[in-house]
Design a protein around this ligand. Structure first.
Ligand code: TYD
Length: 227
């Protein structure tokens, strides 16, 4: 566990998997039970990382290659961890983060064709021990996810970002890569079928996180936090 009383939960998956909706629902459910919840996202989540987000998603860094992009994602992640995530966990908060280190493994490592060693070294530096307690991988076929993402983009009149623009085959590879991480790290990762109804997904997500919070809540009852 990354902290004695906080809980660090990350959401991962391809485009259009419904991560933001599910994070919002989980945050509401946890707050209703009295938990102190922090919702954040990557790339971004801290002022320094939000500045780098713009460079990455606009495609401004694309011309300098995937290695440069991977290092920028890691720089943003480290700032986010040190400025926001680690302090929140230290205060016993439940931190819900939209994408984290597994996105770099998949987007920059697998479909960006960067060596696994290079990506793992970057992640070690970026997270500096702040590894998610739980990662929820929202899984759906790439075609269904892209259709959803494009409908959403059309509704709010935004153009696809640097990473959304890529081919269906690339998105399908990313899906496989997330599933591969889940099978290698079954303790941390939970695959959730994102083709279910929004309610069914939310129920599954809440029940996974509730199970993880039970021992932490029990500990807090025995040792109330000192203000
Ligand atoms: P965002 O607008 O946050 O969309 P969403 O998470 O809903 O897809 O875009 C983030 C994009 O950045 C997304 O296409 C995935 C990509 N990304 C990486 O390539 N590597 C990373 O480490 C992270 C965090 C994101």
């Amino acid at each position: 566990m990354s902290s004695a009383t906080g809980l660090f939960v990350t959401f991962e998956g391809g485009e259009g998997a419904g991560k933001s909706t599910q994070i919002r629902r989980l945050a509401d459910a946890l707050r209703a039970k009295g938990h102190d919840v922090l919702v954040t996202r990557e790339p971004g989540g801290s002022p320094g990382a939000e500045a780098v987000r713009h460079v990455l998603l606009s495609g401004a860094a694309e011309a300098y290659g995937t290695r440069m992009e991977a290092i920028l994602f890691a720089a943003a992640r480290n700032d986010h961890v040190e400025e926001v995530i680690r302090p929140a966990l230290g205060k016993g908060k439940v931190v819900l983060c939209d994408r984290f280190m597994d996105s770099s493994r998949v987007y920059q490592g697998v479909t960006g064709n960067l060596e696994a060693d290079f990506i793992e070294t970057l992640q070690r530096v970026a997270v500096d021990g702040v590894v998610p307690d739980c990662t929820l991988i929202l899984d759906l076929p790439a075609k269904a996810g892209l259709e959803r993402a494009r409908r959403r983009g059309a509704a709010v009149a935004t153009a696809p970002d640097r990473f959304e623009k890529e081919e269906l085959e690339t998105h399908e590879k990313r899906r496989e890569a997330f599933l591969d991480i889940a099978s290698r790290e079954p303790e941390r990762c939970h695959v959730v079928n994102a083709m279910q109804t929004e309610e069914a997904i939310a129920d599954e997500v809440v029940s996974i996180v509730d199970q993880l919070l039970a021992p932490i809540d029990a500990l807090k009852m025995v040792e109330p936090a000192h203000e």
